[in-house]
Design a protein around this ligand. Structure first.
Ligand code: DGL
Length: 260
């Protein structure tokens, strides 16, 4: 048994879509969420810079006593996961897998759409995954430019979101995609908008965060790291931005917490 928190890190609010799945699956676990905020968005920054930012963030979570780290950011995972696992070798670190595998297994049309940040799509991790699972499948990738900014501004259900998202979703559907993978943890906040645009086209939206929570559960069990079954979880939020941003993280988390 181990009542230390699980550290969850993202460039900003997006990682809360993973945080909520952790709450659902592991209600007794304490969670320490670090939403960078100061350097968000990461999506178009150079790989080395993202790696540096991820190191700072994970270093902070480790210093605060986390027993396991979830890099709840596809972009940071793509840029830094190998580096982080080598540097913090004694700690289990879970990253975001681009959910290309389930999408390729489920597609009937043979076309899979992937929405992610620029840096995720041009990374080695994505190339490897796409090559491994997408052999007989056409993978249409489009960077969700402006998506992260919409979510960070609480505009995910606005006409502006609809206008930004529509052309990309329509392009994917036009090219025959019947699966749309959400390859950035901010994008599940736009799910309702994406679903509205895709309605009637038989498109399945693929969000990898429940699978990430299941992977965390597995690693907790493997390392005998679970909190006591009667533990009262502590939910904390920290940021590299200011107090207003920290309160925003907390409010947004409370709004998506399945246990509230
Ligand atoms: N939430 C992030 C991801 O999963 C980062 C987005 C960004 O900061 O550009 O990729």
């Amino acid at each position: 048994m181990n009542d230390s928190p699980i550290g969850v890190y993202d460039s900003g609010l997006g990682g809360l879509t993973v945080w909520r799945e952790l709450r659902r699956l592991l209600p007794h676990e304490s969670l320490l969420f670090l939403g960078d905020g100061k350097n968000c968005p990461y999506g178009a920054r150079p790989r080395e810079e993202i790696c540096y930012l991820a190191d700072e963030a994970v270093g902070r979570l480790v210093a605060l006593g986390c027993k396991l780290i979830v890099v709840a950011c596809n972009t940071a995972t793509a840029a830094a996961i190998d580096f982080l696992r080598a540097k913090y070798a004694s700690l289990p670190i879970v990253g975001m897998e681009p959910a290309v595998k389930p999408a390729c297994l489920h597609t009937r049309s043979g076309v899979v759409g992937v929405l992610a940040t620029e840096r995720s799509l041009d990374g080695e991790l994505f190339r490897r995954t796409a090559a491994r699972y997408g052999r007989d499948v056409e993978i249409v990738t489009l960077p969700g430019r402006g998506f992260v900014e919409l979510v960070e501004s609480d505009l995910e259900d606005s006409p502006a979101a609809e206008a930004c998202v529509r052309p990309l979703v329509e392009e994917m559907i036009g090219r025959g995609a019947d699966q749309i993978v959400l390859g950035c943890t901010h994008y599940p906040f736009l799910r309702a908008t994406i679903e509205r645009i895709a309605a009637g086209h038989g498109v399945e939206i693929v969000d990898p965060s429940p699978a990430v929570a299941r992977r965390v559960e597995q690693l907790l069990d493997q390392g005998a790291l679970r909190a006591a079954p009667d533990a009262e979880p502590v939910l904390e939020f920290i940021t590299f931005a200011d107090e207003d941003y920290r309160l925003k993280l907390k409010r947004k988390a409370e709004a998506v917490d399945p246990l509230r």
